[in-house]
Design a protein around this ligand. Structure first.
Ligand code: PLP
Length: 354
């Protein structure tokens, strides 16, 4: 079944019979301030796209990675990982049975550990691949089966919860013991202090069970979700595997060109951090004022407001053509950020519902 995400404006507009262009759409966590599209050389459109060493250099520097590889949005890799991990497990079984040149299928029950609340595409991908799903939330899983996989969304979308590097290092060690794959989704990590990211803690040793992949989304912080590029940061072996699996031309030339410029543009990144932080502070204050009974949690790309009557508030905002994301659990609303002009519009809408 298709997962319901934010960004479904046409569906909501139809439901409330308000023309699409009259809505204030705060339903996603994509920055409202986008990186300016540079002039794109004709060659970027004309040639088959190649991953240049200068792009890899820029990405390694930005993510502080020893090894990374671009993908067509981190979503592309989320969908591919079950197959890649199954291949690795089958290879392990073949080696154990000493069967050369022929694959032995791993027939054991396969286990995936995921946050109960979190970007649902992870759950869907592992469930489709036949994995038995186990859920955790506040505490990272402490008992995991051999050969399993663990997904951590850090910070969580939509809850905003975070785990520390030391918690993740312990989990990584445990995953190694259990020969498990650790996937850390840092789609919303750009705006944090650099120390937040797990990427610099990936050690590229040849240890057989060094299986950790950090997913980085480009579109959110740079406000260019339509460009469809993201990065996998991992060991050299995993980056090679990912490179082979996505094939030669998955990411279009203009996307590669834009990402290379944006990842190197330190000044813009610093300014973007400032803009997002200021806007988040203003909106948090607004939400606390108009929804005093709510618990307001934020990261710099969205604000999640936990409310007993979240569906009713969602409904009232929709009636005023303000579209936010009602969580699947119906206990919170996620507000993406907006610019100063539209903040007034949000304020007016909130004022009428209290
Ligand atoms: C937590 C999380 N991870 C990954 C993605 C996929 O983003 P993208 O494919 O644009 O990198 C999303 C999209 O909303 C997300 O919320």
């Amino acid at each position: 079944m298709a997962i319901l995400h934010g960004g479904q404006l046409s569906r909501v507009a139809k439901q409330y019979q308000i023309p699409e262009n009259e809505w204030l759409d705060l339903s996603t966590g994509i920055a409202p301030f986008s990186y300016g599209i540079p002039v794109i050389p004709a060659k970027a459109w004309q040639d088959l796209p190649t991953i240049s060493s200068s792009l890899i250099k820029a990405a390694k520097h930005y993510y502080r990675a020893d090894f990374c590889w671009p993908v067509a949005g981190s979503q592309q890799l989320i969908e591919k990982l079950p197959k890649l991990w199954d291949e690795k497990l089958n290879q392990r079984v073949s080696e154990k049975h000493d069967v050369k040149n022929s694959r032995v299928e791993n027939t054991e029950i396969k286990h995936a550990y995921l946050p109960k609340v979190g970007y649902k595409e992870h759950q869907q991908a592992w469930s489709k691949a036949g994995y038995q799903l186990h859920f955790y939330q506040q505490c990272l899983p402490e008992n995991i089966e051999k050969n399993s996989i663990v997904v951590v969304i850090n910070p969580n979308n939509p809850l905003t919860d975070t785990f520390t590097i030391s918690q993740l290092l312990s989990l990584k060690k445990y995953c190694e013991q259990q020969q498990a794959l650790l996937i850390i989704d840092e789609a919303f990590a750009d705006i944090f202090v650099p120390e937040f990211s797990f990427v610099p803690h990936i050690i590229n040793h040849q240890h057989e069970h060094n299986d950790v992949i950090v997913l980085r989304s480009f579109g959110k912080f740079f406000g260019l979700a339509g460009v469809r590029i993201g990065f996998a940061c991992s060991t050299q072996i995993w980056c090679e595997t990912i490179k082979k699996s996505i094939g030669p031309w998955s990411i279009n030339g203009p996307a590669l060109f834009i990402a290379e410029q944006a990842l190197q543009d330190k000044q813009w990144q610093v300014e973007q951090n400032k803009r997002l932080d200021q806007q988040s502070q203003i909106m948090q204050q607004l939400l606390k004022t108009y929804l005093p009974a709510a618990r307001v949690e934020a990261n710099a790309l969205f604000i999640t407001v936990f409310l007993i009557n979240a569906p009713a508030v969602y409904e009232k905002l929709c009636q005023q053509a303000v579209y936010v994301r009602l969580t699947d659990e119906n206990n919170a609303l996620r507000f993406g950020l907006t610019d100063k002009v539209n903040t007034q519009r949000l304020s007016d809408a909130l004022a009428t519902i209290v």
